[in-house]
Structure formats: C-alpha cells, structure tokens
Design a protein around this ligand. Structure first.
Ligand SMILES: [Zn+2]
Length: 607
C-alpha cells in the first residue's frame, strides 16, 4: 500500500513544471494529485516538495522576564535568555489588539494565525464579528497540502489552539470550536480537556475522537508513548490528575504538580506530535502552546505562600516550554528544512526580576538527577530570586520572538501580525482567489481565477479533474499567466474529453459548511468526509460545449451538512449530521495573492 509513500516526478511542459505526487492530504492519501507549485509569471518559484516544515511555538503569557527567570533557574544564564544563544533571529514586538488595547489570547492568537488584528475574544474573525479570516494552518493544509497538528497544555478548544482551527465570534463557544477543529481531521491533536465541561469525561472524549475518525486515541501518558512511534493520526486528550482543591480542572495540570504516570509533559507531547507528523510525506505545520505560563501569571499573590506558588508554577511552566522548544530545534537542525518560530501572545502578570544576585551559575538541576531532585533544585533556585508582579492581568509589554530556519533577508517584527507576514513571505505567499470562471468551448476548458485580498469569508476551494487516464491530462495542461490563470484543455489532447474527465469543485466557506459540486459518482467525493454530500449535478462533458460551468452550477441544488454533537441519557457523545437543501450560490473565493497562484488538479487513482 503506497498510502504514505511520496512519489515525485517532474514533467516539463512548455515553460513550466507540473509536480505529481501521491498523498498531498492524508484524507485523500490514495489519490493521484497533480499540482503546479507556486507560480509567478509562468515560473515556478516554489516547488511544493521543498516547502519547509513549520513548528510554531507560543508561550502564552510569556514575556521576556518569564524567559529570563527560567533561563537563570534552569541553566544559570544571567545575561539574557537561553534562547538568545540558540537562535540567530530574534526580536521584540508589541501585542496590542485592533483597538490598541491590551490583548487576550483569542485576539492575539488570531493576529498570529491570520496576520489580521481583531478585538478581544474573537477567534479567527475580524472585529466586526462576521468576517472569517483564513488562518495559516488552513492555508498550508488546504492550499499547500501540509499535514498539521495542534498541541497545548490548555484544554484543546481554548483560545490559542482555537485560533488555528476555528472561526468563532467568541472564544467561549467551545462546542463550536471543537466541532470545527475535528472537521479538519488534523493528523495530531494533543492537549488537555478530558474533564472540561464541553467534553465531559474520558469516555466521552474517546467517543468523540472515534466518531471523528481517530483510531489512535490517548487519554494518558502511557497511551501517548504507545502511539507515538506507530500512529499516523493521533488524538490525545489528557488532564487526568487535578491538583487544585481536589476538583477537576479543564486544562492539563501544571508541570510542577503533574503526576508523571498519568499525564504527559509538554515536551513529550511535542516529541510525539513531531514523530507522527514526520511520518507523513508532506511537509507539516505544528502549533505548540505552552498554555499555562499565562494561567500561572493570572494567579493571585495575596499571601506569602500564594506568592511563592505563583513564582514556582510560572517559572517551571516556562522551563518546560523552553525544553519543548529545544526538542523542536533539535528536530529542525537534523531535518534541515524546518522552521521553528518561538513567540508569545502577550505577557501576563507584569513579572519583574528585581534581584538575582543570590543565584549561582553552576549549582543547577541536571539530567542525572531524578525528577524529584530536579524539581527541588528548581524550587530552591526559584526561592533565591527576587520577583515582583504588577498584578494578575495581561500587560502590553513587548514580548520576545525567536526564529530558526528562515531564509528571508529582513527579520523585522514590530507588531504581532508581522509574524504571519514573515512566514507568508518565506513561503512565497499564500494563495487567495477572489473570482473565478470556467468556460468550456469545443472541448477546451478555460479556467480563470483572480484575487483581491485575504479579507474574505471563503476558506477553501479545490478543483478536481478526474480521469481514467493520468498522463494525458497532465500533458495537456497549458498555463498562461497575465493577470489571470487560464488552464486550457485543448483539442489536441489525446483523450476523449467527454468520457474521461470530470471536474469537481469543493468550496468550504468560512462558517465551515461544506459546499461541493460534482458528479454524483465522483469517487473522491464519496471517500472524503469533507466533500460530502455529493450532488446529482454537473458531469461536464463535451456535449456541454459553450456552456459555462459556473452557470450550470448556479442552477443546481446542493445539500449542505452541519455537524452536531449530542449526548444521550447514558452520557455517551455522538456526532450526527444535519442536512438541508439550498440553492447554490457563489461568493468570493480565495486563490491568488500578489501575482502568485497555486492550482491543484486532483485525480482519483483508479485501480
Ligand atoms: Zn490569559
């Protein structure tokens, strides 16, 4: 079974290349897919197989001082932070939201994931609360074929992870966020939340994951370790042991209080995620959040004990985040084509190191110690720091960014949205379509797309050309670029157009309802959960000469499906689909940006 085997051939056609490989998305992994790469003025400027992995690491609530304190305690670094020595690109940036107010994790996560400022509480949406903004995971997954993963120590639908997988008016719409997250069928989801109210308990979490197509489901550390080496698609939901007040908390436990036989650490989750994603032949995007640095920063410090605890929890969370970064960096250096970005969404608590003169540089926790000894060494060192806190809220102080593996000339991050645009530049721009048209004349298909900007509610379009014959289609594609993309299926093609080619268009709009158009016997569509339901419309054949495809589609009726999560009286969670008929409409559809274009033509491999 060539399920995850990468096969790459390069076929020169006129002035350009077409790349052919298998398994661009895991969920269409058995399909033959041709794609053009990223094209500018008729030349491929970026071949897809050369695109880098991206490990994007967010220390939630992590300012420079948090990182400095962690570096002193763990490594005895007294000048700067440990990461200053590990990364060549670094800087500081501001995190304010669109109203120039101190931000929160939802608005800041949206800024990081979409390059757009928004206001407090919004997840992947503009400040108007209506416009969906496509995020980097969606660009990379659906337009570039990346595999993808999300890791966090918060519960999985919490604000930061949410901004990479969902679009919602409010960060508190956890059910909606979870449902959107599961719809992506990510290769990796690892985080807390098995006791979060919107999930319920461990068994419900398992049912939920199973119903979403995950076979490898980990609910404790041991299970994570079991799956990490074999799994190609892994769902892990943790947070078993809850220290605080004996009550269940929705997130994973603080590292200081983690029961190491029950829950994994952020380091272990990061490693597991990389292991799983590395098995996929496509490049990957992985977001890792150290989510509880922020929570420690929010803690009150009204007693001496509370003060000490706040310091301990905050600094140890930061240490383990930094150690997770080390794992990512280690992988990147071995791999040779992986970008690691380490940044923050905002600072929390207004932490300040006043005096650290009592701290030695050599009496450090070390690898040879057991965990208990390491932790007590850390606590001993933390007690020697003089730390103050401004309060318990987010601040607008500048936060640090570190980057490894970028090729761009100017690493210049002044505000939080710049990070998205740096990755955009590095990858050769994310494709965005704003308009398109298909015209068929005498067996020639003209395919036209144009762009406006990122500000669109549409999030996905795929054009599928399905044929019994693979080679003839690829050889007959001509691409011309002026201000438009035209794909000519011309008459000299060595195939019977009406018998061998079907086109299939899939649009997923911003609110995640799925619109797809194609013939009802479309084999790809029947196999791909995302593309259901199938429409009885529109097999495009030569007999539809002189008819524009878009007009045909406008006359069609579609069935749209939305997903509901239900709980029965026994407390089991099930997911059911609700279908409704509606007329097809078209709205702005993304594909182009600034003269770059990417076009997929997917063909089912028929055996
Ligand atoms: Zn916070």
């Amino acid at each position: 079974m060539a399920k995850y085997m990468k096969r790459l051939q390069v076929i020169p056609i006129l002035f350009m290349l077409i790349l052919v490989f298998q398994g661009i998305n895991s969920y269409v992994s058995e399909d033959q897919i041709s794609t053009l790469g990223v094209i500018e003025n008729g030349n491929i400027v970026k071949e897809l197989d050369n695109l880098p992995n991206i490990i994007f690491m967010i220390g939630d609530g992590m300012g420079v001082e948090q990182l400095k304190a962690a570096s002193m305690v763990e490594y005895g670094v007294l000048n700067g932070t440990i990461m200053d020595y590990e990364f060549s690109d670094y800087g500081l940036y501001g995190t304010n939201d669109i109203e120039n107010k101190t931000t929160d994790s939802a608005a800041a996560g949206t800024a990081l994931s979409t390059g757009q400022l928004t206001n407090y509480g919004r997840v992947g949406m503009k400040s108007n609360g209506e416009t969906y903004v496509k995020n980097i995971l969606e660009y990379l997954r659906y337009d570039f074929g990346y595999s993808s993963g999300i890791v966090s120590t918060t519960h999985i639908a919490h604000a930061t992870p949410a901004t990479y997988v969902a679009h919602s008016n409010s960060r508190h719409n956890y059910e909606e966020i979870l449902s959107q997250m599961l719809n992506h069928e990510l290769e990796v989801i690892l985080g807390g939340g098995q006791n979060a109210a919107y999930i319920g308990n461990k068994n419900k979490a398992k049912t939920l994951a199973k119903n979403s197509g995950y076979d490898d489901i980990a609910t404790n550390r041991e299970e994570l370790m079991k799956y990490t080496n074999t799994s190609e698609k892994l769902f892990g939901i943790f947070g078993q042991y809850q220290f605080e007040g004996g009550t269940y908390e929705s997130h994973m436990p603080y590292e200081l209080w983690r029961n190491t036989t029950l829950d994994p650490s952020l380091i272990e989750m990061t490693e597991a995620a990389i292991n799983v994603l590395e098995k996929n032949p496509n490049p990957f995007f992985l977001m890792v959040e150290g989510g509880r640095i922020d929570h420690a920063g929010h803690r009150s410090f009204n007693t001496e004990d509370a003060y000490e605890t706040k310091n301990q929890l905050n600094i140890i969370e930061t240490i383990f985040f930094e150690k997770s970064v080390k794992k990512a960096l280690e992988f990147a250096k071995n791999d040779g084509n992986t970008i690691v970005i380490v940044c923050s969404d905002h600072e929390t608590g207004g932490m300040k190191l006043i005096d650290y003169s009592g701290l030695s540089t050599d009496d450090l926790p070390n690898k040879d110690m057991n965990r208990i000894d390491q932790m007590s060494k850390r606590l001993e060192r933390i007690s020697l720091l003089n730390v103050t806190w401004q309060g318990t809220a987010h601040t607008d102080t500048f936060v640090p960014i570190y980057a490894y593996g970028l090729n761009i000339d100017n690493f210049n991050v002044n505000q939080i949205i710049d990070i998205f645009w740096i990755l955009n530049e590095e990858l050769g721009s994310f494709p965005v379509i704003d308009d398109y048209k298909f015209t068929i004349n005498d067996g020639v298909l003209d395919y036209y797309v144009s762009l406006k900007d990122l500000d669109t509610s549409a999030t996905k379009i795929n054009l599928f050309a399905i044929s019994n014959d693979e080679i003839s289609i690829m050889n007959e594609i001509n691409i011309e670029f002026n201000n438009m993309a035209i794909m000519n299926y011309n008459n000299s093609m060595n195939i019977e157009f009406n018998e061998t080619v079907e086109f299939f268009i899939e649009i997923i709009d911003g609110n995640n309802s799925v619109f797809s158009l194609g013939s009802e016997n479309n084999l790809i569509a029947q196999q791909v959960e995302h593309l259901k339901p199938i429409f009885e419309t529109t097999t495009i054949t030569q007999s539809s000469s002189n008819q524009t495809l878009s007009e045909t589609m406008l006359n069609s009726t579609i069935v749209s499906t939305s997903t509901e999560i239900n709980e029965n009286t026994e407390g089991d969670t099930t997911i059911s689909s609700k279908t409704s008929n509606e007329n097809i409409y078209f709205h702005a559809i993304p594909l182009w940006l600034s003269g770059y274009a990417i076009v997929y033509i997917r063909r089912k491999k028929l055996n």
